[in-house]
Design a protein around this ligand. Structure first.
Ligand code: SF4
Length: 214
């Protein structure tokens, strides 16, 4: 059984898959408390659902791209089984994880979008650094949510120290919503010469920052 906040079909708002129709399975609960978290509604509540029932809902949307997200999806042990079942059925599976839980036992057919928490999140001490060593250049993406210059300098250092330009398919730089000047961030990226991708949260521009399940 899994505790699930919502399952819905929408347009993928982030990563290199932004803009693609996607079914989202949003699991309940997260052990972290990022200062700028935009999904606090996932911390509690949800509904206990069997893996088979989750699969039935996913099938009903008829979409081949599926993202398992949260909260922190990997905080529930059964999520690993769900991911394997989705892969077995031939879905293209994305896992959006906050970077606290080890990805070691994750089905290798699923693509990981791994958050690295920057200092502004208040949770940088909880990054599981070995996760960076498991990134695959043809499959996985790494994301830094940046609130200010300190966060950007932190991200640059990690990109350099872990050679992420050659170990990840894409390095996503995501500004905290309405907290950082977008032109300033674009300038820092250009100035750095790093091969990263600035990304905006497409779904918030389409449906607004508080919309859920769309
Ligand atoms: S890891 Fe994600 S869901 Fe958890 S507190 Fe941070 S932003 Fe929110």
């Amino acid at each position: 059984m899994l505790r699930v906040t919502e399952i819905f079909r929408s347009i993928q708002g982030e990563s290199t898959h932004a803009g693609r129709p996607c079914t989202f399975v949003r699991l309940t609960g997260c052990p972290m408390r990022c200062s700028w978290c935009d999904s606090e509604y996932t911390f509690t509540g949800g509904e206990q659902i069997s893996i088979e029932a989750v699969l039935n809902q996913v099938r009903s949307f008829g979409c081949r791209l599926v993202e398992v997200t949260g909260g922190e999806p990997l905080a529930q042990r059964e999520a690993f089984d769900l991911i394997t079942r989705l892969c077995d059925e031939g879905y293209e599976v994305l896992i959006e994880t906050g970077g606290y839980v080890s990805t070691e036992n994750l089905d290798r057919r699923a693509s990981v979008i791994l958050d690295v928490k920057c200092p502004g999140s208040g949770e940088a001490e909880r990054n599981d650094w070995p996760n960076l060593g498991r990134l695959r250049p043809d499959m996985d993406e790494v994301k830094f949510v940046v609130a200010d210059r300190v966060d950007w300098d932190f991200a640059r250092t990690i990109v350099h120290d872990y050679a992420l330009e050659s170990h990840a398919k894409s390095i996503l730089i995501s500004p905290v919503w309405e907290q950082i000047d977008l032109r300033e961030l674009a300038g820092w990226i250009l100035e750095s010469g790093l091969n990263v991708r600035m990304q905006l949260q497409l779904h918030k521009y389409v449906w607004g920052e508080d919309a859920r399940g769309v």
